[in-house]
Design a binder for this molecule. Structure first.
Ligand SMILES: Nc1nc2c(ncn2[C@@H]2O[C@H](COP(=O)(O)OP(=O)(O)OP(=O)(O)O)[C@@H](O)[C@H]2O)c(=O)[nH]1
Ligand SMILES: [Mg+2]
Length: 435
């Protein structure tokens, strides 16, 4: 899918062996290094790469040429050689120069965390929209690297020379090529997004609330989704198992119908290009009536993961400032030992927006649905509507979605006083406007 195969990891075969190197620079104190290595191994596993060895290095002073110190590069090279690895995964952003030098120094192909995440998305994207978004993100990533590293790329790559005009350098030609391809992709994507938006408007007018599940990758969103909707979405111990959003009906106490949406998981240092690219997909989240943030409460970095997710939500404009209701589902309580469970229970008891559950065993799932229903009803607004007599259907709709406080007829008009959520009022108004 890339314009420049040389600069991407496209050619890695599944089953390749890799060494992971984690540079510890001291700034990442809140994260557990082992959990971080596990996550990197999980990312590698997600594209079928087998991790032969995990190394961590304390970096006092990052070296511009290689990031790691000289002795450290030698240690990495030894590990690569010993394990017969073809790939070195550096769990941090590296510059193209560092990538090149590390490749020379270790005789392995080198990929950084962003590159790895882009690879996974490239392999997983199933819909036309997803593929376009990922390719766009990939090109954007390459364009950025091109700018910073043009000297070595120019020397390294002989291709595309025929495209440049007289006097045009290789880098300019490459950049132009990327720009043109990106413009074309954006146009295609616009088209797909418009079609989807159309479907969405149609759905929005449908008289039921939408609940979006969001959360860190592997938190258990799809497991929860499957349990409450009886769907069969892929739920696996695999990072980024879900890429494309799925929507299903869900039975919610007090509502005749609601829609639940399962979405792509987030991760720390999610490439900004991907956040931007998936903005359209994540619109389901932005426009949802309620966001349920699913957290793996048994994970050592659960708090750091929470802030990563909050950060992405903010970036896509689904912040709490938008007035959107938000719940936290603290999942995987079955994995807590007695002491942890007590601590977590006490913490949850202090908050109104937290439900403890296990999507795996089903414990607490009903509480979540009840709590979701309550939150959707909360913030309901009282309004008085005047309808012509004989609008039985509209009145039935109001009964189904809100709490009818009073109803009486005056002459040819029925006057109804109803308490209902903002989003239902918007739906009601849209229906009236259409009628
Ligand atoms: N023990 C336990 N495991 C769970 C629970 N919920 C989910 N899991 C496991 O966690 C792993 C990830 O679950 P998924 O539902 O695929 O997670 P996800 O949030 O959809 O992940 P992505 O789609 O990758 O973002 C699977 O192996 C699940 O079986 C739970 O309550 N308890
Ligand atoms: Mg999933």
């Amino acid at each position: 899918m890339s314009v420049f195969n040389k600069d991407s990891a496209d050619e890695f075969a599944r089953g390749a062996r890799a060494v992971i190197a984690l540079p510890e620079m001291g700034g990442e104190g809140r994260r557990d290094a082992d959990a971080r290595l596990d996550e990197a191994a999980g990312l590698a596993g997600a594209i079928g790469v087998e991790v032969a060895e995990r190394l961590r290095f304390r970096i006092r002073q990052p070296r511009p040429a290689t990031l790691f110190g000289k002795g450290q590069v030698e240690q990495i090279a030894e590990a690569v050689d010993r394990e017969g690895a073809e790939l070195l995964i550096v769990d941090a952003p590296i510059t193209p120069i560092q990538q090149k030098n590390l490749e020379t120094g270790t005789k392995a192909k080198v990929i950084d965390r962003t590159g790895l995440i882009l690879e996974i998305f490239g392999e997983r994207a199933a819909t036309a929209e997803g593929r376009l978004q990922v390719e766009l993100a990939h090109l954007d990533y390459q364009a950025g690297r091109l700018v910073r590293s043009w000297t070595h790329l120019e020397r390294q790559r002989g291709g595309f020379g025929f495209l440049g005009g007289p006097g045009e350098t290789q880098i300019e030609a490459d950049r132009r090529l990327i720009r043109d391809r990106m413009a074309k992709l954006k146009k295609e994507l616009d088209q797909v997004t418009r079609t989807r938006a159309l479907h969405r408007t149609r759905r929005q007018r449908a008289p039921w609330p939408v609940i979006a599940l969001v959360g860190y990758t592997n938190a258990g969103k799809s497991t929860l989704f499957n349990r409450v909707t009886h769907a069969d979405v892929m739920a696996e111990n695999l990072l980024f198992a879900t890429l494309d959003p799925t929507m299903r009906e869900v039975a919610l106490p007090g509502f005749d119908k609601a829609i639940l949406s399962d979405t792509v998981g987030f991760i720390s240092e999610l490439p900004t290009q991907l956040v931007a690219a998936f903005r359209a997909t994540l619109e389901e989240v932005i426009s949802a009536d309620l966001i349920v943030h699913v957290r793996d409460i048994s994970h050592p970095d659960t708090d750091a993961q929470r802030s990563d997710v909050e950060q992405v939500l903010k970036e896509i404009g689904a912040g709490e400032a938008a007035g959107q209701a938000r719940l936290e589902a603290w999942n995987k309580i079955d994995l807590l030992d007695a002491e942890e469970a007590d601590r977590v229970r006490a913490e949850a008891a202090r908050r109104e927006d937290v439900v403890l559950l296990s999507a795996l065993t089903g414990k607490g799932v009903d509480d979540l649905l009840e709590c979701a229903g309550n939150h959707l009803r909360k913030g309901a607004k009282l309004r008085t509507v005047t309808l012509p007599v004989g609008e039985g259907e509209a009145i039935a709709w109001l009964h189904a979605h809100g709490e009818v406080v009073s109803l009486h007829t005056e002459g040819l008009e029925t006057i109804v006083e109803v308490r209902m959520s903002d989003s239902d009022w918007a739906r009601f108004d849209a229906r009236r406007a259409e009628a």
